[in-house]
Design a protein around this ligand. Structure first.
Ligand SMILES: Nc1ncnc2c1ncn2[C@@H]1O[C@H](COP(=O)(O)OP(=O)(O)OP(=O)(O)O)[C@@H](O)[C@H]1O
Ligand SMILES: [Mg+2]
Length: 270
């Protein structure tokens, strides 16, 4: 079914329940390689729950997760990562006492070690060189080569966000799940962040599924959007179509700042 060459991540009829509460309700979405797909929706809509089901951190009540054409629903998080799925978390999880380069290198080392953690300690010179090269490339792509030897704890939020992105990029994944990767960035940083995301997708052919509350960023960088509300998919389309959708506007009623940034408010309701 999903044998196409651009198959990235497909979510099929996904339902996630916490006890009796339905957090994700029969969601279907496709995030192909070489495309930037956005997953948006108000707080509590089920975005992070969807990510957790995709990355294998929680078991769905029903539905399937298909990664690069392979059904991985019954595979654990490590197995999905080995198959090319990388993610960032809503709360940043960098090692603050380590340098930028060390944080980024660690991601690559972990990826090379695969399922065998011991291999991480006994890297050959060739593996070490590969880690160094991957780290240098990731820092370069994310424009933070100059920060390589700085301790992460001393960096600004904007710089840390770029380190986080470099770290997941260094992991050499085909498909990335980014959960609010730009939160805390100012306008200029956010624009730069968006440019880097476009580079990863267009030049490197990576597929990205992006959860982000920064509507200006989402509307600028995404190829298409899926909109969740109370766990259900309420809209799927291009950013322009999404902006024009009365259904989406209604879901965001009460969040005027979000609507304004998205361009949803411009049209008024009448
Ligand atoms: N571990 C959990 N146990 C119980 N309920 C949870 C759990 N995680 C999330 N929920 C609930 O599931 C629903 C969806 O939450 P989720 O975190 O997926 O939303 P979200 O779209 O990521 O929200 P936000 O934009 O605030 O990050 C919410 O009602 C939330 O309270
Ligand atoms: Mg969330």
């Amino acid at each position: 079914m999903t044998g196409a060459t651009d198959a990235g991540l497909d979510v099929v009829d996904l339902t996630v329940r916490y006890g009796g509460q339905v957090a994700v309700d029969r969601l279907g979405l496709s995030a192909p390689l070489g495309r930037l797909t956005g997953l948006i929706g108000p707080n509590g809509a089920g975005k992070t729950s969807t990510f957790n089901a995709c990355s294998g951190l929680l078991r769905p009540s029903s539905g399937r997760i298909v990664l690069l054409g392979e059904d991985v629903t019954r595979k654990g998080a490590a197995a999905r990562a080995r198959r090319g799925l990388g993610r960032t978390f809503q709360r940043m999880e960098l090692f603050t006492s380590m340098t930028v380069a060390e944080n980024v290198a660690l991601a690559r080392e972990a990826r090379q070690a695969g399922s065998n953690p011991l291999r991480q300690q006994v890297a050959t010179p060739r593996q070490w060189a590969a880690v160094q090269a991957a780290t240098a490339e990731a820092l370069e792509v994310c424009g933070i080569t100059g920060l390589a030897d700085r301790v992460v704890g001393a960096l600004s939020t904007g710089q840390r966000r770029l380190v986080e992105l470099a770290r997941v990029y260094a992991g050499d994944f085909r498909m990335l799940l980014l959960d609010e990767p730009s939160s805390g960035l100012d306008k200029a940083e956010s624009e730069r962040f968006g440019t880097i995301l476009r580079t990863l997708v267009s030049d490197r052919g990576i597929g990205i599924l992006l959860v982000e509350h920064d509507m200006e960023l989402v509307m600028t960088v995404c190829d298409e959007l899926y909109v969740l509300d109370f766990g259900a998919l309420i809209f799927h389309g291009t950013p322009a179509e999404t902006k024009a959708s009365p259904v989406v506007r209604a879901a965001y009623l009460g969040s005027e700042a979000v609507m304004e940034a998205a361009g949803l408010a411009e049209r008024g309701v009448g």
